[in-house]
Design a protein around this ligand. Structure first.
Ligand SMILES: [Mg+2]
Length: 367
């Protein structure tokens, strides 16, 4: 059960159409597959999606930090020494996505070794999660058409609408068109990716007050400290923090300072070991959690789903798990299926990630 080797394999798979939002756009999944090998032949795997516009990491930086710093630091440890692994990764500042992938690959190896699914190991609350679909920037009619197609094809009835364009009127028109087109039976919420100012956010929320939005995420920057607090205090709906709460200390600060009333949790940046701490923290503070999407592949979505299903708090809201639908292909041999608006967790062992060797050969960039 000792960690013998850690691999970081860069690969690229194009999207059918770019996903655009206020802080960036993604046209190709330029990711890194992280593999943790043990001396008894187990291979734990997880995906690292670099998001330079959020965390400053790139495919090259992830590969470097994993092979040059993390691998030598954890080789020789037992896969069960999760806190030792975490402690040694945390000696390096930053690099949340690289750390998370190593952590989740270790958990995958533990599950395979013990013959249990990661969801069972973490908490085993349920075996499936409701799925929320993210609708990226486009003209109102195109965004409505996409949501209708996703609802009719996959049974998804929860939509996260990307907002944060300036001027903000276009976004308000989109939300109004979505409510009119989809009716009252779907859940709608918005994510601004810091694109609006606090006052633009306040005006937009007031103009959308009749649309029944269930929450608003990161509409303006958390670094606009007073403006953000002013906005959250008057927000008629829960205000979720996402990119401003990548670490437990940031979660505490944002919540206690009144800059957020809910938290987006992403396993692709806090892995499983640190995400467990966030669940405890949020439960202790009485704060809601949504499991978010880092524009994940199917491998990444399996990790998010495994965690979301493990706890009551994380499975209560629909989890954002459907970004992979916009990809032309994936590394998984057996594709994920969203049916009746739900994604079932793989029974395991581990995370149930079976990478197709031919696809990996086709898409990897290091051979
Ligand atoms: Mg977000």
């Amino acid at each position: 059960m000792k960690i013998s080797r850690v691999e970081a394999i860069p690969y690229a798979i194009p999207y059918r159409k770019p996903l655009a939002f206020a802080s960036g756009a993604v046209a190709t999944a330029d990711h890194v597959l992280v593999r943790v090998h043990t001396d008894d032949g187990v291979v734990g795997q997880a995906d690292a999606p670099p998001r330079p516009f959020t965390y400053g990491e790139t495919p090259t930086s992830i590969r470097s930090v994993v092979t040059e710093l993390f691998a030598p630091a954890i080789e020789g440890l037992s896969i069960l020494d999760r806190e030792q692994v975490r402690g040694r990764l945390e000696r390096t500042v930053g690099n949340p996505v690289a750390k998370a992938a190593v952590d989740m690959a270790v958990w995958d190896a533990i599950g395979q070794t013990l013959g249990a699914s990661v969801t069972e190991l973490l908490g085993g609350f349920t075996d499936r999660v409701r799925v929320s679909h993210m609708v990226g920037f486009a003209e109102p009619a195109a965004m409505v058409a996409e949501a209708e197609r996703v609802r009719d094809t996959y049974g998804i009835t929860v939509f996260k609408v990307k907002v944060g364009r300036r001027p903000y009127r276009l976004d308000v028109d989109v939300c109004r068109a979505l409510r009119a087109g989809l009716g009252d039976d779907v859940e709608l919420y918005v994510d601004g990716n810091r694109g609006w100012t606090a006052s633009e956010s306040a005006r937009a929320l007031a103009e959308m007050a009749d649309l029944g939005l269930t929450m608003a995420e990161e509409l303006c920057p958390a670094d606009d400290v007073l403006g953000r607090r002013w906005l959250v205090q008057q927000s008629p709906i829960p205000f979720f923090a996402d990119e401003s709460v990548a670490r437990p200390g940031e979660v505490t600060r944002e919540l206690l300072s009144g800059a957020a009333t809910g938290i987006s949790l992403k396993t692709s940046r806090t892995g499983f070991t640190t995400s467990q701490r966030l669940v405890g923290l949020c439960e202790g503070l009485g704060v809601e959690v949504v499991v978010g999407n880092q524009i994940d592949t199917q491998v990444g979505s399996l990790c998010s789903a495994a965690f979301a299903a493990a706890y009551e708090l994380t499975s209560r809201r629909a989890a954002e798990l459907s970004n992979f639908l916009d990809m032309t292909d994936d590394l998984l041999a057996d594709p994920l299926v969203i049916e009746h608006g739900e994604l079932k967790v793989r029974e395991g062992p581990g995370l149930g990630i079976a990478v197709d060797p031919e696809r990996l050969e086709r898409y990897r960039l290091d051979t």
